[in-house]
Write a protein that binds this ligand. Structure first.
Ligand SMILES: Cc1cn([C@H]2C[C@H](O)[C@@H](COP(=O)(O)OP(=O)(O)O[C@H]3O[C@@H](C)C(=O)[C@@H](O)[C@H]3O)O2)c(=O)[nH]c1=O
Length: 185
């Protein structure tokens, strides 16, 4: 695993470190020892898969609040997505800032999303499958979210948004969410 810090403190891009031979290659996509060696979460309690049929669909932006705040490690195993994260840590110098990167079956890149971040993605192709590990159990009581098109955040989604869930369409803007007073902390 090759860990590269992103612009938002605590978030990382994770690339494979492949061992090539005549058959192809071998690589660790998750290594507890590597993550722990740099102080990152190495304990995951749930692995999720989502399949999104339509190009341009957005899922998110989602988080779970304390005490069920989650770390996520997200990868796209079919197709390609633009993955975006927003810093919602109270008191963070980069509160409300976002960053994003393309995750695809081809680049095999993953993103490490720390606690206190909202997370979402847009499909760049039809029929995308996303797999991710989370560090806390699913808890509907602690689910929260921010609207993907909040102009105060200004995420640069690469494509016109062709679909969102009813729940996601009803999510508040960051300013109306009460974030900054404890979300995900
Ligand atoms: C996230 C989750 C959902 N569900 C259920 C609730 C609902 O009936 C159905 C679909 O849930 P959602 O609409 O929330 O699925 P989705 O919009 O794909 O939610 C996911 O979005 C991405 C961006 C994330 O970061 C994830 O943490 C998660 O919030 O699955 C579970 O049973 N367990 C889970 O862990």
């Amino acid at each position: 695993m090759i860990l590269t810090p992103l612009t938002l403190n605590g978030a990382f891009r994770i690339d494979l470190d492949p061992h090539h031979d005549a058959r192809g290659f071998f690589a660790r996509q998750f290594c507890a020892a590597t993550l722990a060696s740099v102080g990152l979460n190495d304990h995951w309690v749930q692995g999720n898969t989502s399949v999104t049929e339509r190009q341009g669909t957005v899922r998110g932006l989602h988080f779970q609040s304390a005490p069920r705040a989650e770390v996520k490690m997200v990868r796209c195993v079919r197709g390609a997505i633009f993955d975006a994260i927003v810093d919602m840590r109270p008191g963070s110098a980069s509160f409300g800032n976002w960053t994003g990167l393309t995750l695809s079956a081809q680049n095999r890149t993953a993103i490490y999303v720390p606690q206190g971040f909202a997370h979402g993605f847009q499909t760049l192709e039809p029929d995308c499958e996303v797999m991710y590990l989370v560090s806390a159990p699913y808890s509907p009581l602690h689910e929260g979210g921010i609207h993907h098109a909040d102009p105060a955040i200004g995420i640069g989604w690469p494509l016109p948004v062709t679909g969102v869930s009813d729940r996601d369409q009803a999510l508040p803007a960051l300013a109306a969410s009460g974030a900054g007073s404890g979300a995900g902390s």
